[in-house]
Design a protein around this ligand. Structure first.
Ligand code: GLN
Length: 472
């Protein structure tokens, strides 16, 4: 622990205030985090590499290793990209620099962000600061673990089907998956382009809103981005008067939701009612019955196309071979781990001429129905609420050999991702002394509303989210 600041409890907002009042220099702040990393990262393995770049005027940030950083190796957790040093910054990294933020390092991720535990990282798993025998979630487990262990004040992750929301839930952070199209994907290693979104992870809702303000908005380099319809507001209202919260029946009916998670979720709904919200039930049958299979056709289909570029010619490592074909085969065989290979095969199959309509085409039609189902729910409700993850953090190794068990981690986070909607994870209690997350879903561009709702819940709960084993 640093003698100057306690990085375990310091919020980004407070860090900014300390620097503005000249009570600490940006360089001292950066050094305090590097010291904390030196103390704990050997055990937790949040970072794939750190950077000693303490010259900025602002506060430090951790970036998931799918975000290109000029001059700093970017591997996406894959062996195939080891040694790849981008010559440009992703737009989100550039925006952080413009805002004066300094890069602490690149955080661990499942290979190409495919996974829910970081165990698919080619560089070994990250560990959960609440209990290092457990996973921190994934794919952005490195960022989430770093924030909850005080190894970064905040960070950026990417979320395709839950990779910001789920690790935030398992580590006890706030995490936002923004509305599709509000944050640039330029320079972000692509997994499934119609789903990938970059978003903030931090200790508080206000920190998440601050960081979202820095990264969001139209970028000429990503034609899927738009200007925000309204400026990002920092929430300050502690009431929820009149807020209509819808609870999808099919989501809470899932048997895989652990009793402790269910109890924390239900207690939070009762608390929200006490703050003035109206809680009702809604129906999204297709979303929760077919969301997961729909995602596991669309995401691998897009991944099989996006990952075709790793041919040993343009990026990273190259295998030996007498012919071009041999070289590409050996590069891809040695460079990709099992999960990307599984998805490339699944996706190629789903897109092949004889099956395209039956699998990919059908999944696209289901996706449209999921979009419509959410739209009709929002005719009656302002936000939808579910637990973020059916379970709390699970032991390293528990699900690694069973892809379907791993995929089921995202049953609750995936449907709204398919619908392009924003989702916020807010810690809402504990089960077995491990954090439980509340998922709040809103209509497109309703981030300000999610921040208001999340803030009121966060304030009313007042949870101590510092992992007990790290408190001295
Ligand atoms: N766990 C999901 C998957 O493996 C989601 C990952 C993500 O959001 N990047 O695809």
């Amino acid at each position: 622990m640093s003698p100057i600041v306690d990085t375990l409890t310091l919020t980004a907002e407070d860090a900014i205030a300390l620097v503005e009042r000249d009570e600490i220099s940006a360089a001292e702040l950066h050094a305090a985090y590097l010291e904390a990393i030196g103390e704990h990262d050997e055990e937790l393995h949040c970072y794939l590499r750190t950077v000693d770049e303490a010259n900025g005027a602002g506060i430090p940030i951790a970036l998931k290793d799918v975000i290109s950083t000029r001059g700093v190796e970017t591997t996406a957790g894959s062996r195939i990209l080891s040694g790849y040093v981008p010559v440009f910054d992703a737009t989100v990294a550039a925006r952080c620099k413009v805002a004066g933020l300094t890069l602490l390092g690149k955080t661990n991720t499942d290979e190409f962000a495919m996974g829910s535990s970081t165990e698919n990282s080619a560089y070994g798993p990250s560990r959960n600061p609440w209990n290092p025998d457990l996973v921190p979630g994934g794919s952005g487990g490195g960022t989430a673990a770093a924030v909850s262990a005080g190894l970064a004040p905040w960070g950026l992750g990417s979320d395709t089907g839950g990779s910001i929301k789920q690790p935030s839930a398992l580590c006890g952070n706030v995490g936002l998956r923004p509305t599709y199209g509000t944050v640039s994907r330029y320079g972000v290693v692509a997994f499934a382009s119609s789903l990938d979104q970059v978003g903030p992870v931090a200790k508080t809702v206000r920190d998440v809103a601050l960081l979202y303000r820095i990264i969001a908005g139209r970028d000429a380099a990503d034609s899927t981005t738009v200007e925000l319809p309204e400026p990002v507001e920092l929430p300050s209202d502690e009431r929820l008067d009149g807020l209509r919260i819808g609870v999808p029946r099919q989501a809470v009916a899932l048997e895989s939701i652990e009793p402790g998670v269910r109890a924390a979720f239900e207690a939070t709904l009762a608390l929200a009612e006490g703050l003035g919200a109206e809680v009702g039930e809604c129906d999204l049958p297709l979303s929760f019955d077919y969301g997961l299979p729909c995602y596991y056709l669309i995401a691998p289909a897009e991944a099989s196309s996006n990952l075709a570029r790793y041919d040993g010619v343009r990026y990273g490592v190259r295998g030996e071979g007498d012919t071009y074909r041999d070289m590409v085969e050996r590069t891809r065989d040695a460079g990709f781990g099992d999960e990307p290979k599984r998805r490339i095969m699944l996706g190629t199959y789903a897109l092949s001429a004889g099956y395209y309509d039956a699998y990919y085409g059908q999944a696209q039609r289901v996706r449209t129905l999921i979009v419509r189902e959410h739209a009709s729910a929002f005719e009656h409700f302002d936000v939808l609420a579910t637990p973020t993850s059916p379970t709390v953090a699970f032991p390293i190794g528990d699900r690694a050999a069973d892809p379907l068990a791993m995929y089921a981690c995202d049953l609750l986070t995936i449907p709204s991702c398919l619908a392009g909607l924003p989702g916020l994870n807010v810690p809402c209690g504990f089960s077995d002394e491990l954090p439980v997350g509340l998922q709040l879903i809103g209509p497109q561009f309703s981030e300000n509303g999610l921040f208001r709702a999340g803030y009121a819940v966060e304030r009313a709960l007042g949870l101590d989210l510092v992992p007990a084993r790290l408190q001295s």
